[in-house]
Design a protein around this ligand. Structure first.
Ligand code: 2RA
Length: 329
């Protein structure tokens, strides 16, 4: 497999390379792609050096798979060019996610939808991915009617500039700002741009992407997405209302048996998921599993995952692994 990583020097691109290396991805040639200012520099992968190349050079090399994490506009412009060269693109931007002709995939939920004809595949938004991994097995068993989610999202979801803003503020240094306000010692109920309905784009991504990935528009979702001064992962408080009643012990056992989930829920010993523990892990962590005592057939959960891993790089690499395993590439 010839694999291109487009946006190889960015936060997600760097983690993609790490994940490919760690998972021993069956890769014969690595093609790191980045903006003109990085072309010619080298990336070390499994002890070998690979030169960073331009988009045009990479397309000319006709990779089998291209993992894209270079922003929506770059993806809209260049993903179709890779597709024309016979490459299957797995794109981490929001550019293609809601395109009806493009599959939006979380392998634990809907990898079975993929076929050999899907040459551009969308990787969902980080906060959606970690939620649907948990919703899916519960929906299969109890049928979800409505989800109310509030997120606590890491600055790493914004990118390098936001991480620098947080670190600079901690040290009392002035510098470029990724947010309209201070992020250290603060909380911003604002992720991505505001829409006409008063929600942010991040909140509406959680609504629309959940319906698309779960192939079920009857699931009602409402979200409040919040940026907090944290590294390592996104956390979510999720309230789920089911059609059918559930047994709490059974919920726990379903989650424990579901792929990609680790249950950390032992409050007697103060065990619950935290971004510090989820950092650099590929799984989604669930805890604080409890009945919502204010409503019948409703459940409260706390979900944490490394947004750069399962929320981005790992999910993309898992899609690529599935394509190879099923000979769809
Ligand atoms: C964030 N959803 O955390 C973004 C990253 N894709 O801002």
């Amino acid at each position: 497999m010839k694999v291109a990583v487009v946006g190889a020097t960015g936060l997600v691109g760097t983690v993609m390379l790490k994940v490919l290396e760690e998972r021993n991805f069956p890769l014969t040639e690595l093609i790191p792609v980045a903006s003109e200012k990085s072309v010619g520099k080298e990336i070390t992968f499994k002890g070998k050096k690979f030169p960073i190349v331009s988009m045009d050079t990479a397309i000319g090399m006709r990779p089998d798979i291209a993992l894209f994490s270079a922003g929506g506009n770059t993806s809209l412009e260049h993903a179709p060019r890779f597709k024309e060269a016979g490459t299957t693109v797995i794109d981490n931007s929001s550019a293609w996610r809601m395109d009806p002709a493009v599959k939006l995939i979380v392998p634990e939920v809907n990898a079975h939808e993929l076929s050999i004809d899907n040459k551009i595949i969308a990787n969902p938004n980080c906060s959606t991915i970690q939620m649907v991994v948990v919703l899916k097995p519960l929906h299969d068993k109890y049928k979800i009617k409505r989800v109310v989610v509030s997120t606590y999202q890491s600055v790493t979801g914004t990118g390098v500039k936001a991480v620098e803003q947080l670190m600079n503020e901690r040290k009392g240094i002035d510098g470029p700002k990724a947010y309209p306000y201070e992020i250290d010692l603060n909380v911003l109920p604002h992720i991505d741009v505001f829409m006409d309905n008063g929600y942010t784009k991040e909140e509406m991504k959680m609504v629309k992407e959940t319906n698309k990935i779960m192939s079920d528009d009857s699931i009602k979702v409402t979200a409040t997405t919040v940026r907090i001064p944290v590294m390592g992962g996104h956390s979510e408080s999720v309230n789920i209302e089911f059609e059918n009643d559930f047994d709490l012990a059974e919920v726990r056992s379903i989650l424990e048996k579901s792929p990609g989930i680790i249950v950390v829920d032992d409050v007697a010993n103060l065990k619950y998921p935290m971004p510090k523990d989820a950092h650099e892990k590929d799984e989604v962590f669930v805890g604080r599993i409890r009945r919502d005592e204010s409503a019948p057939k409703a459940l409260n959960l706390w979900i944490v995952a490394d947004n750069l891993r399962k929320g981005a790089a790992t999910n993309a690499v898992q899609i690529a692994e599935y394509l190879i395993q099923k000979e769809l590439v």
